[in-house]
Design a protein around this ligand. Sequence first.
Ligand code: ADP
Ligand code: MG
Length: 448
Amino acid sequence: MTMPASAPAGPDHDELIRIVGCRQAYHKESAADLVVLDDVHLTLRSGEIVGLLGRSGSGKSTLLRIIAGLLPPTSGQVLWKGHELQGPAPGIAMVFQSFALFPWLTVQKNVELGLEAKGVPAAERERLAENAIDLIGLGGYENAYPKELSGGMRQRVGLARALVVHPDLLLMDEPFSALDVLTAENLRTDLIELWAERRLPIKSVLLVTHNIEEAVLMCDRILVFSSNPGRVAHELTVPFAHPRNREAPAFRQVVDRIYALMTRRAPIVSEAELPGEEGPQPAPAVQIALPSLPINTMVGMMETLAADPLDGRADLPLLASRLQLELDDLFPLGESLQLLEFAELEDGDIILTQEGARFVQSTHDERKHILWHSLLHNIPLVRTIRAVLDERPNHRASAERFRDELEDSMSPDYAKQTLQTLIGWARYAELFDFDEEADQLFLDEEAS
Ligand code: ADP
Ligand code: MG
């Protein structure tokens, strides 16, 4: 399953990276380790752009750091050109989402940095950096400082800095996601054109993204990552020549197919794996990370779904373009509705459930009541919180304790965000409230 469906594109089939059975787990004091990657297999070869597509938190950046030699995996093998990878390899360069430029250095000096570390003499550094800056369309800006540049231009500097070392493999971690739509499209198009004309001094690209269209637009091969734990769940070949037309029926078909793969029921509320595999283990009360999602956004989505012309069912890619949402906004929304049993995700469609339809038709007070029941019924942590608050004479409890509980199954950042989201939903339902100053959850008089 991890082998490519057909021969990779490009003239050169040399293997660059081979990952065999990689696992990455973060140790937790109080609970089972957090398994971020498990049993990851993948191979990257010269001549191809490979996309790694997956949800936020699925472990894409972690895998990229492993390939960059910045993080040794907990177990498993990483081979670079047939040899075990030991720290950062000279033939691998990385471009980050956040550009990571030094504000006190000019464009020229920022680009030269990659060469300084390699001990390239000054005159040669200057020449190579100028070439990279020209190539990426920033000629004339050599002496500008990052703060004088737009986001798109800064990311071009980030790219030039990676390209200047002429790496065999370029790793890109969501390189367009901090840019506005037009700037991102412009940069993608320029990059693909340079790649297709073989003007980039690189052999292969691994592009991490959560944007399905971006992956289909740019990549020869797409690896679809699952979450909890992250692993390569599907692999597709994209057989179209560049430049590609987003509107072409064949292009849309590939996009639809990926949506369908990513909305299969199974991986949505999977249980975190426990250490060791000796026999059945009691299932822990696994909490899933929730995105920062105001209840009103969910209500809006349900109302759109219920109304004409959708009548309770919509194709996700279609709904995404109708609502101008990206995968990263749409999937968490759909999955949260699914978690609350207000909608179902199925083969690339979202379908309102009976309860969802009832919610939409209800008055505001009835909606509170329906959400109250749904939260208590579907989210174990909400049940715990409510039980603790009911039990206490003053009906207050420290929020920290519940964040700790969440941290057994997710990172501190996700735990914080998840509790915040739950508080928002619980407030709408008047299930409990939050005192930010005291960092305490409490029941107000009516709720208790
Ligand atoms: P992605 O790039 O797909 O959004 P990441 O690789 O950044 O995902 O993170 C995957 C998971 O690993 C997340 O749940 C994240 O919170 C967790 N994680 C990442 N780094 C650490 C760390 N140093 N300690 C604990 N958990 C971490
Ligand atoms: Mg990431």
